[in-house]
Design a protein around this ligand. Sequence first.
Ligand code: CO
Length: 159
Amino acid sequence: MNLMRNTLVAAALLGAQAVLMSGTAAAAAPDQCKLEITGNDMMQYDKKELAVPADCTSVTVTLHHAGKLPAAAMGHNWVLVNTPDLTAVANAGMAAGLASNYVPEGDKRVLAHTKIVGGGETTSVTFSTSILKKGGAYSYLCTFPGHNALMRGTFKFGS
Ligand code: CO
């Protein structure tokens, strides 16, 4: 019992992200095809990596904004792209503006995206994994101007 508790504490110290990525976390997750990520007022996501198993036919990503600043000042979204497209999508998003959630309309390089949220708000997106390659690694970012430098991470599908 103590050993188990110590193991759990050690796991917690490694950070929630590491726990989520480990094999033991699978049992803890009620639905491995549903992911959560949180942004804050310091232009950061709380996770640098998200992963779903290959048997997920669709994925839901829920984005929380745990800060207090409004969307116009510290907006966050969650945009999934092929990694080589990250900078181009960030630039196109900036040009698209807040009214378009900083996402270029109809841009095929955008694989999935949420809207922009401000402090205290939550949004989510559900998308089919048929657009993804099994074993593939993708990138996600916030396309609010300037945010992608810090707000980016890796999205793994079945790897
Ligand atoms: Co942002």
